[in-house]
Design a protein. Sequence first.
Length: 359
Amino acid sequence: MVRAAVLPAVGAPLEITDIVLPEPGPGQVRVSLAAAGVCHSDLSLSNGTMRVPVPAVLGHEGAGTVLSVGEGVDHVEPGDGVVLNWAPSCGRCFHCGIGEVWLCADALKGAAGTHARTADGVGLHPGLNVAAFAEETVVAANCVLPAPEGIPLTDAALLGCAVLTGYGAVHHNARVRAGESVVVLGIGGVGLAVLQAARIAGASRIVAVDVSPAKEELARRAGATDYLVASAATPREVRALTGGQGADVAVECVGRSATIRAAWESTRRGGRTTVVGIGGKDQEVVFNALEIFHWGRTLSGCVYGDSDPARDLPVLAGHIRAGRFDVSMMVTERIGLDGIPAAFDTMLAGRGGRALVVF
């Protein structure tokens, strides 16, 4: 028996309870979690913004130690530290074939099955494949990557989503160049990673925007040169900070129509707007044909930072070990499993950075 946070039904409160995990079968790995980040995507799964088979154990951003491996697993062994990869690529689909592994058609195939059961025998789905909101989990072998040496597992936990997403949004999707200006809307866990990645890229001006004035100090520690409290005047204020032009790059980390629109309007003519935030189907963004022509901007969706974890984790590890990227500063609260509902409330209220479940 292990303790886990179970979502019994969409929209229902999480239940902290004991679950039964099987031993790993062929091609599977059992992991003892060291830590798991509480991501806004977990909140979106719990409230139905994103669909997930239920009942499920949520949590998709984590790291831990291998307890045992099933037949055919040879890239990790018991005792190894690992980072969980919630979106493993199959290597066979169209997108994998052209190198877009972050868009793999079968990435979430594992979430359709069950990986554990409740004490009374009800099957449980692994939310986004890895079910990290539990003391232990059993995952497919391609859902674990060797943890970078010299980085605590409690820091490495955030590499699996927030850090890869934020870093990739800057370096792979928006492709920020040295000397460019960047505005970041939404300073949660991913937004803090975007700020640090923009600083690493050599951005000359980095404007952080959030609804909470209390996040200014945290944003500046991450690399922001300027801080704005979000309002209807945000695009105008960004233009005032960027010579009247608007930012070369805007990165939206909220997933709301108003924020996406503000990011677009904060971008200079010919600039790039990258949308990282995940919104609901009701969040419609409207553009007219003339403005699309006139402004010449690029609007891009961004899944998982357009990242290939196997390629990007070693690069990120180098930045972390060199002191250029500080993962621990992104964590604003360390909690147990029973603190996850309150962490969801904190996110809904627009407070804090990343809450980290520490086992």
